[in-house]
Design a protein around this ligand. Sequence first.
Ligand SMILES: NC(=O)c1ccc[n+]([C@@H]2O[C@H](COP(=O)([O-])OP(=O)(O)OC[C@H]3O[C@@H](n4cnc5c(N)ncnc54)[C@H](O)[C@@H]3O)[C@@H](O)[C@H]2O)c1
Length: 479
Amino acid sequence: MTIVARPTSVQSLLGGSIELPVHACGHGPAIEVSPWTAEPGSAGVVAVVGAGKMGLPLAAQFADHGWHVIAVDVQQSVVDLINEGRSHVAEEPGLAELVATAHSGGRLRATTDGAAAARDADVVVLIVPVMLDDEQQPDYRYMDSAVAAIAPGVHPGSLVIFETTLPVGDTRDRFTPRLEAVSGLTADADFFVAFSPERLYSGAALRNLATYPKLVGGIGRASTARAAAFYDAVLDTEIVAMSNAEAAEFSKLADTTYRDVNIALANEFARYAERVNVDIHEVIAAANSQPYSHIHQPGLGVGGHCIPVYPHFLLSRAPELELVELSRRTNDGQVGVAIRSIEKEIGGLEGVPVLVLGLTYRHGVHELAYSRALPLIERLTHAGALVSAYDPLLTPEETARCCATPWTWGTAGPFRAVVTQTADPLFNELDPDWFPDLDVVFDGRDSLRDLALPPTVAYRGIGLPPRPRAVAQPGPGRQ
Ligand SMILES: NC(=O)c1ccc[n+]([C@@H]2O[C@H](COP(=O)([O-])OP(=O)(O)OC[C@H]3O[C@@H](n4cnc5c(N)ncnc54)[C@H](O)[C@@H]3O)[C@@H](O)[C@H]2O)c1
């Protein structure tokens, strides 16, 4: 028998850490066919509209499977780089090489002209953002203009696929009528329309393309069959032909909302754990050591394009989903939990220099969308703190745009509190000697447990019992 402090197998059962096998490519050389008729083994022309963090990996993947790809983007700089065979998405392993190979092989070009691209293409994949407006309703401005741009190019035999996450019903009710009106064609008869959720993880997009099953649902049987045949030609994974577009749309909202609700539960548990002097991470690891519990990690809240956004897509059509709404509020409330904990440690925040480490929504991804750093800085400032910040992925100018004073890594500072908002491994190299007045380190992502702190500096985190600390002697900067 073995006695351990933490279950050793738990890693494999924690949400997000289950490794799926990568499927090897089983396709032979594709035969180019024009127009593409969905015959197995054939390749045509695909336009990818929105050549961003998700669109460019898709474009490279399709080209790698013998298709001619036209990347469409409204940003001329993106178009120019692709036409030089270069990737503008830095954090995607293997992407730069695939883009260069596809371009030099004559299978990848880019344009700002959506109508011409759709005219030349057998398949149009739309992957431009749909975000939230100030009322937390879907903001369709990019997708509306992308659909308007491609509609004149839709022709008999076109297959239009929406990969951007959408509220249930939008593929059929919002966008298909627009395509029909402009083209004068009938969907699911003259041309085809489907939804296929993009489920990739930024930074692992190419790997995920080779692992996750591809979900597809058309507005009718013909559209489902056509879209499934397309993905079967360009992906090496299983293709799941779902009953309809609505089921495919809902599957992405269900997946992301499940994660938001799960994280909210972990955050509630964390609040209770603190009250009863228990380490929530020990509890979760123990609970997850059998296969029916998959509790996610608590933290400072949820950021990024997806998880904090898509529950609102559901709520915009189904406000009665109380659990979904409550979970959003719980996760957004975590910034307040952190600030109260810091205030408790050092008294009020009026005039107190505070350093926030990590501004992007997740470490390793150059993306500020819905980052919890932004409300964290805002609320600290509102409480009177003098907020500085640092993120290894951001320039000082980008940091200043987040309403914090840029701090340079490794320099001395007057900070009494340090808060980590991402789990960047660099932050484990922080030297407390840089900050002689430091009172508390707040570990917002449970990544600094091994950081050696002087006994006078408190270590606090989400769902951790407070550790007693020695009382500091008044230093030169202290009141
Ligand atoms: N980023 C992620 O982690 C992620 C993960 C899974 C799914 N998704 C889905 O992918 C969508 C896009 O995300 P992203 O990260 O690739 O966004 P992004 O901001 O990196 O890229 C979007 C691209 O679309 C371009 N664009 C905007 N409007 C356009 C238009 N009318 N015509 C042509 N191009 C236009 C932009 O210039 C930009 O290059 C999201 O809305 C989401 O539904 C994203």
